[in-house]
Design a protein. Structure first.
Length: 472
């Protein structure tokens, strides 16, 4: 512990200190002693947005990277998406539903961003990128392994230009035997352990509709970026952030790695396979609709299931509400019957129990089941179709589903910010047209004058290489 200086010595030391600089920045003047500014007196939601002032050089394409930068844009970052002239992000034209309009694949992943077209393989294009690197805080990319380096934008190069720059990448795999592979969503779901544990025991491995490989990794990357920004406040320097899709999927499938270690010690008693007397193998099996936790659950038919593919409910036989379940389904004797009264006693009978509960759920709609069960704290979840989600008023109200207007395609739905901050209100803007903000970025961000912009345009750095250039 440092010794306390006597009063006189303190005074002498103070006299030796150089005179304070005249003016202090406003934020520092308001500092509270802990380095933070005084709490804002503005009403919540009116003190700007969480990432205001942050500028991102967005080199992402397809889904994983764009999910990350869209989220950061929702949080207030100025995201400048660099796209290849003439073509842009390949998803602009993929799965098109409206002729000549950017696809929903693109529009739903690139809201609230600006778009500039730059040919990174043109010398003048590289000049502009260099300037952007100097002015941005984060470079985000998800090119195939080595593509950024081939552009000349190696970590050493970028870091020399801007030591504060954070360079964030999504790759399919981390360092190792597969590091050079190109990877898409389902490859990651398979390589991350999710597919081998999804589906029914007697069927093949299954991928899930939730994009845990792409959007899941984008989310991981966003957390890596804000953490690196926080550390930069102390160190003053940027760092590399790498999220491998295999790692991201495994992180989301960690309960299955838990089960892999348990299976070596004995059967997984909460899997219905155990109750059915089917022996376990060496690896975690597919568990159908078994719950991933300690409370048995299953998907059950509801009224109308014969014609409505989504007339189902997920029903959890949570131990503390077993008595209520027995009452609701009309089996009060199961409360005390030794075959059903305790969670352990129930395990070998789960199939029979769920069949009995289903006899009851089939007499109700999924929403009636929800209403009756929620009233007595039985956890259930209706299987909501995407149609029902799109039309759900409460999701519109919270901004989780938003309607955006686009000059070419018209109105479309997007998923807003699923993370709600009470003092940083997300604004979801439509996705940009290809190169829509090229002039704006050159002028406002990089300070080019009109004649310089015209010169850059004439150089061909912002337009697609002509056919004869390509052929050469
Ligand atoms: N100007 C000029 N060239 C540009 C450019 C620009 N503005 N933007 C991109 N390019 C070029 C790159 O330099 C690269 O060229 P090169 O291969 O000659 O070096 C090329 O476009 C991009 O290539 P790549 O990333 O390989 O695209 P792809 O369509 O062949 O592969 C993926 C797509 C998704 C498979 C691949 O990018 C990948 O594996 N990414 C990492 C994992 C990932 O994110 N996957 C999920 C996607 S949702």
């Amino acid at each position: 512990m440092a010794k306390k200086k006597p009063k006189q010595a303190k005074a002498k030391a103070a006299a030796k200190k150089p005179a304070r600089k005249a003016a202090k920045p406003a934020a520092a003047k308001k500092a509270n002693g802990n380095g933070l500014p005084k709490p804002s007196s503005k009403p919540y939601g009116q003190a700007g947005r969480a990432l205001d002032g942050l500028r991102i050089l967005d080199f992402t394409h397809v889904q994983s990277g764009p999910t990350c930068t869209q989220l950061l844009a929702y949080m207030g970052a100025d995201v400048i998406k660099v796209e290849r002239p003439g073509a842009g992000d390949i998803t602009r034209g993929q799965l098109r539903d409206v002729p000549n309009a950017d696809s929903l694949y693109f529009t739903m992943l690139n809201g609230s961003k600006r778009s500039i077209t730059i040919d990174s393989k043109h010398p003048k294009g590289m000049d502009i990128l260099n300037r952007l690197i100097k002015t941005c805080d984060v470079l985000v990319e998800n090119f195939a392994p080595g593509a950024l380096d081939r552009m000349g934008l190696t970590w050493d190069y970028v870091h020399k230009l801007n030591p504060r720059m954070i360079v964030a990448s999504v790759k399919g795999f981390g360092p190792g035997p597969y590091e050079d592979c190109k990877v898409y969503e389902n490859v990651a779901q398979c390589a991350g352990g999710a597919a081998s544990t999804t589906g029914f025991r007697e069927g093949p491995p299954l991928v899930t509709g939730a994009q845990i490989g792409d959007s899941g990794t984008g989310l991981h990357l966003a957390l890596g970026i804000v953490s690196a920004l926080f550390q930069r406040n102390r160190t003053g320097r940027g760092q590399k952030v790498l999220c491998a899709m295999q790692d991201g999927v495994l992180n989301l499938a960690r309960v299955k790695l838990r089960d892999q270690q348990r299976i070596e010690k004995g059967p997984l008693t909460e899997y219905s396979q155990y109750g059915e007397g089917v022996p376990f193998g060496k690896a975690v099996p597919r568990a159908g609709n078994d719950s991933g936790g300690g409370q048995p659950g299953w998907i059950l038919k509801c009224r109308g299931w014969e014609s409505d593919p989504d007339a189902y409910v997920y029903f959890i036989t949570q131990a503390p509400v077993w008595q209520a379940i027995c009452d609701v389904i009309g089996e009060p004797t199961w409360k005390t019957d030794p075959n059903y009264a305790t969670p352990k006693a129930r395990l070998p009978h789960l199939k029979k129990i769920f069949a009995r509960i289903e006899d009851w759920t089939m007499t109700k709609t999924k929403f009636e089941v929800m209403e009756i069960c929620n009233a007595v704290d039985i956890p259930v979840g209706p299987i909501l179709s995407m149609k029902e989600i799109a039309e759900e008023p409460s999701l519109r109200k919270t901004g989780t589903v938003v309607e955006v207007d686009h000059p070419i395609r018209g109105k479309y739905l997007s998923v807003g910010n699923p993370i709600k901050l009470s003092d940083s209100i997300s604004e979801v803007k439509r996705s940009p047209l290809l190169g829509e903000h090229t002039d704006e970025v050159l002028k406002d961000v990089l300070g080019f004058k009109a004649n310089e912009i015209a010169e850059i345009k004439n150089s061909g750095a912002l337009s697609a290489p002509k056919k004869e250039d390509k052929a050469a």
